[in-house]
Design a protein around this ligand. Sequence first.
Ligand SMILES: C[S@@+](CC[C@H](N)C(=O)[O-])C[C@H]1O[C@@H](n2cnc3c(N)ncnc32)[C@H](O)[C@@H]1O
Length: 251
Amino acid sequence: MGMLESGLRRAKRRLQDGWMSRKLDPIARQVQERRLTYLPTAKLLSLTNQIDRLNRDGVAGDFYEFGIALGGSSIIMASKMDANRTEERRYHGFDVFGTIPPPSAQDENDSHDRYAVIAAGKSQGIGGDDYYGYVDDLYGRVVRSFEDFGLSVDGDRISLHKGLFEDTLSLPPDARIALAHIDCDWYEPVKFCLERIADHMAEQGVIVVDDFNDYQGCRKATCAFLENDPRFLLEAERPHALLIRRAETGR
Ligand SMILES: C[S@@+](CC[C@H](N)C(=O)[O-])C[C@H]1O[C@@H](n2cnc3c(N)ncnc32)[C@H](O)[C@@H]1O
């Protein structure tokens, strides 16, 4: 693709994004303006639509998120989780709060090339900010961002679990999840999260897989999961994958 053409495409995408951002609710717009999320407007709109649906339809269960970075999508999920509801939800967020762990042999060049830039200390942050993976005390910074939005990370209603998902995720047998946002880029963590949460998903609950169209390893893990677990329906592929837990037929 020529430089002029790719520049035009980028400009068109920015225009479309700016136009769509008028549809965002106030919290999501503030998160975007403060450059706290990597999610483009279309993904923010889809995520908030899913939260509104779960609240409106009374789908019970907590919100889980794998991949927090600066905390943008987390703040949106935690802010909106109890809108118009009597039954309280809890938010659980998981992240290393440091540099992202490397991809594996199951990932393709797209992931390995991206990781090489990060590992070389050459990654740029959102809008030219410092890249979150190089920030000292990222955990403390995310907690302060939650507080800026009036949210207390109290370890009860809102919990942030620091470390590898593989070490920090423990689900009691009765855990019920209405929404899981899986935003951790590579094959292995996506596979791990999907397989660990599957039995805990509420009927009509949703798993949002952020990187389905962004990294081939993520898509491969998601497609393999869907092939093996017929309880889940791939309801949408764009702007991210929406995996809906089907209702039991009562056979
Ligand atoms: C793309 S960022 C999340 C973006 C965020 N949801 C937002 O709104 O901008 C991915 C995050 O997942 C984390 N991550 C990836 N694999 C992980 C693992 N195995 N354990 C813990 N954290 C992991 C990375 O460190 C990074 O912070």
